[in-house]
Design a protein around this ligand. Structure first.
Ligand SMILES: *Cc1c(COP(=O)(O)O)cnc(C)c1O
Length: 395
C-alpha cells in the first residue's frame, strides 16, 4: 500500500491492492478457494503461529481476492487497513459488537437505516450496552449525551431517506474529548464525495452492495480503520463469527471499484440536475438534495462533500395516494429498495424500508407518506426528468 499513496483516486481504484499470481494475469484473479495448502507440517505450524502478509489459512480469515478488495478500498479511504464483510450489516454489526461490552455507553443518531437501528436499539441493549439516541444534526444533543464513560458514537453521515447531513468533525471533536471512538456509516455520502476519516472518523463502514458494486449484483461490506482496530479488535470477532465476504463477491466489488469514481460523478451530476429541474414543481412540497441551496445543512454539505450524492428525496403533496400514483406511472425508474445502482430506483420508505417504525417514529424522522426516495442511476438525465415529470402528471 505504501507505493500507491501518491496516486490520485482513479488510479487507486484501478490498481491499488492488485496481487498477481505466477501467470501474470491482467484482470484480478478470482481465488475461489476456502482453503490453502502447506508445503510441510512445519510450514503449517509456522503459519498458525504467525500469518505473514500474503499467507492464508482459511477463507473465513482471509483470501487473496478479498485482500485485494480490502487494500483497494483502504487506499481509497486513506486508512491503514480494512476488513471485508458479507454485507453492509455484517460491517456495522462487526464494527460495533467487536469493540463493545456490557456496561458500555454509546451515543447514536436516531435517523438510521432500519437494520442499523435494530442493532443499536435491540441487539446491543440486549447485551447490556446502554444506547442514547440524539437528533444527529443538533450538536447540543450530542454534547449533552456524550459522557466521560461513552465508548463510541455512531451515525450515518448522510441519513436515509431524509438526507440530513451530520457534522462529522464537530461530533468527532466532542467524542474524542472523552476518548470515544467515532464510527461512521458513510454509505450515502460515498467514499468518492466524503472523506470521513479526514474529518475525524476513527472507523468507517460501507455497504459495498450500494455504489461499490453499483450494478445490483452482490452483497458486501467493509470496515475501515487503523491497523490496531482492524487487526486487534474487528478481525478476532469477525473471523470467528463468520461474517467473511465471499471471494466471488470481492471480485465483483474489485471490478466495480474500477468505475466507482466515474459512476458516482455521473450519478451525482444527474441527481443535482434532476433536483434543480424539480424545485418548485406544483405537485411537490419539497425536493431534498444536500447540494440544493434550500437544504437546511447546505453550507455543511458544500464544505464536507465534493458533490451532493446520488440520492434525492421528493415530498409529494397528497400523501400515500399521490406517492403510489407517481410510482406506478414511472416507466424508466424502477420500484425497488436498493440504491447507488446504475438503474434509477424509486422507493416509498413509509410502506417498505421504514414500515417497521410506528407512525410517530416516522413522523419524528420526517418520513411522511408522501416521501419518495430516488436513487439516480446512469441513464440519460433528460430521460429521467421526463419520466419523473410524467409520474408527477399522473398524480
Ligand atoms: C444498505 C445499507 C446498509 C446495509 O447494507 P447491506 O449490504 O444491505 O447489508 C447499512 N447502512 C446504510 C446506510 C445502507 O444504505
Amino acid at each position: 500500500m505504501t507505493e500507491d499513496t501518491k496516486w490520485n483516486t482513479r488510479t487507486k481504484l484501478v490498481h491499488s491492492g492488485t496481487r498477481r499470481s505466477q501467470y501474470g494475469e491482467v484482470s484480478e484473479a478470482l481465488f475461489l478457494t476456502q482453503g490453502f495448502v502447506y508445503e510441510t507440517a512445519e510450514h503449517a505450524e509456522a503459519r498458525f503461529i504467525e500469518t505473514g502478509p500474503d499467507e492464508y489459512i482459511y477463507a473465513r480469515y482471509g483470501n487473496p481476492t478479498v485482500r485485494m478488495f480490502e487494500e483497494r478500498i483502504a487506499a481509497l479511504e486513506g486508512t491503514e487497513d480494512a476488513f471485508a464483510t458479507a454485507s453492509g450489516m455484517a460491517a456495522v454489526n462487526g464494527a460495533l459488537v467487536s469493540m463493545l461490552k456490557a456496561g458500555d455507553h454509546v451515543v447514536s443518531a436516531k435517523a438510521l437505516f432500519g437494520s442499523c437501528l435494530y442493532i443499536l436499539e435491540e441487539i446491543l441493549t440486549r447485551y447490556g450496552v446502554e444506547v442514547t439516541f440524539v437528533d444527529g444534526t443538533d450538536l447540543d444533543q450530542w454534547r449533552n449525551a456524550i459522557r466521560p464513560d461513552t465508548k463510541a458514537v455512531f451515525f450515518e453521515s448522510l441519513s436515509n431517506p431524509t438526507l440530513e447531513v451530520i457534522d462529522i468533525k464537530a461530533v468527532a471533536d466532542l467524542a474524542h474529548a472523552v476518548g470515544a471512538l467515532v464510527v461512521v456509516d458513510n454509505v450515502f455520502a460515498t467514499p468518492i464525495f466524503s472523506n470521513a476519516v479526514k474529518l475525524g472518523a476513527d472507523v468507517v463502514v460501507y455497504s459495498a452492495t450500494k455504489h461499490i458494486d453499483g450494478q445490483g449484483r452482490c452483497l458486501g461490506g467493509v470496515i475501515l480503520g487503523s491497523k490496531q482496530f482492524i487487526r486487534k479488535v474487528a478481525e478476532p470477532y469477525l473471523k470467528h463469527t463468520g461474517g467473511a465476504l465471499s471471494p466471488f463477491n470481492a471480485w465483483v466489488m474489485l471490478k466495480g471499484m474500477e468505475t466507482l469514481d466515474l459512476r458516482c460523478h455521473a450519478q451525482a451530476d444527474s441527481a443535482l440536475s434532476i433536483s434543480q429541474a424539480l424545485t418548485g414543481h406544483d405537485k411537490l412540497d419539497r425536493t431534498i438534495f444536500p447540494h440544493l441551496s434550500d437544504h437546511p445543512q447546505y453550507e455543511l454539505a458544500k464544505d464536507t462533500m465534493l458533490k451532493g450524492g446520488t440520492v434525492l428525496s421528493l415530498v409529494l403533496k397528497g400523501g400515500k395516494d399521490a406517492a403510489f400514483r407517481f410510482l406506478n406511472a414511472l416507466e424508466i425508474i424502477t420500484i425497488s429498495n436498493n440504491l447507488g445502482d446504475a438503474k434509477s430506483i424509486a422507493t416509498h420508505p413509509a410502506t417498505t424500508t421504514h414500515q417497521r417504525l410506528t407512525p410517530e417514529q416516522r413522523e419524528q424522522l420526517g418520513i411522511g407518506d408522501g416521501l419518495i426516495r430516488l436513487s439516480v442511476g446512469l441513464e440519460d438525465t433528460q430521460d429521467l426528468i421526463k419520466d419523473i415529470q410524467a409520474g408527477l402528471d399522473a398524480v
